[in-house]
Write a protein that binds this ligand. Structure first.
Ligand code: NDP
Length: 273
């Protein structure tokens, strides 16, 4: 029987998840149907229950429901607990299992697809929202020399750094506290680019042979990527690889089969310039 999966969000018209999972299913000969559901803003739990009652096996969860999905879950992974948000659900034996694959998707894209090992590198993470929180543990597990979190609301960055202090070399603060230090990898996990804005970042943070990674995807050279390019950074990336890699992790979790991601990333990539 064809098993059912879906992504739920609001709005949901922009989602690439049905295309991504459709390509994964075809390439791995998995019989499944994957749809997009626009969850009512005041009816997320009911929409999940209806999908599950109708035989649904798992869901991806996107904005604005990642926190509600966290609350709904019976069981959560450690990285989901640290992120305080989940982006994937699995319905199993009457229970709702939850995980957050955004961070591992980011790390896999940087290390496997872009070929930059994070071990021993100095990493600067901009932002302290859901995406940044999801990235912290996977980034620390990749053994960087240092992970610095910079955020507009300084207390959020400091709190996150305190929570993770026993997991690796991490500190948090405001943009001013980053100072004139240089980083091998600078990751923009803020939503500033969606509004054409730029966090108050000095161009000296970029190492010329480093990587500037923008989580927003499909928007070309965002103000952040332009700042990096003007600072001489050659390796620029947007979040399309992260999107596909987090989907691959959910696919493995649900189906027990790892899909190849290269063809899907190539299909979805919009050149930066
Ligand atoms: P949140 O709303 O949870 O967090 C937004 C973050 O951006 C906060 O840290 C906020 O700072 C900061 N911010 C917003 N505007 C500015 C600004 N003008 N200057 C400086 N900082 C700013 O969003 P998410 O964490 O869920 O998502 C962040 C981005 O990541 C989104 O753009 C989303 O599209 C992208 N994303 C991409 C994914 C992918 O697969 N490629 C997956 C998930 C997210 P403050 O705390 O001070 O408000």
């Amino acid at each position: 029987m064809t098993e059912r999966y879906a992504v739920i969000g609001n709005p949901i018209g922009h989602t690439k998840s049905p295309l991504i999972h459709g390509m994964f299913a075809k390439a791995t000969n998995q019989s499944l149907h994957y749809s997009a559901i626009e969850g009512p803003l005041d009816g997320f739990v009911g929409a999940v229950q209806a999908f599950r009652d109708g035989g649904g096996r798992g869901m991806n969860v996107t904005a604005p429901f990642k926190l509600q999905a966290f609350e709904l879950a019976d069981e959560r992974s450690e990285r989901a607990n640290l992120a305080g948000a989940v982006n994937a659900l699995k319905f199993e034996g009457g229970r709702i299992l939850a995980d957050n694959f955004d961070g591992i998707g980011l790390v896999n894209d940087i290390q496997r697809n872009l070929g930059m090992s994070l071990a021993g590198k100095r990493v600067l993470l901009l932002g302290a929202g859901g995406a940044a929180r999801g990235a912290l543990l996977p980034l620390l597990e990749a053994a960087p020399a240092e992970l610095v979190i910079a955020n507009r609301s300084v207390d959020k960055a400091q709190t996150l750094a305190r929570q993770l202090a026993d997991r690796g070399p991490v500190r948090g603060g405001g943009y001013g506290e980053v100072g004139e230090a240089t980083f091998d990898v600078v990751i923009n996990a803020t939503s500033a680019s969606l509004k054409g804005e730029l966090p108050p970042l000095s161009p000296v943070v970029f190492a010329a042979d480093g990587l500037a990674y923008e989580l927003v995807y499909g928007k070309g050279l965002t103000p952040f990527l332009r700042l990096a390019a003007n600072a001489g950074v050659k390796r620029l990336a947007d979040g399309v690889g992260m999107l596909v890699e987090q989907a691959a992790e959910a696919f493995v979790w649900w189906r027990g089969v790892r899909p190849d991601t290269r063809a899907v990333i190539d299909t979805l990539t919009i050149p930066l310039a």
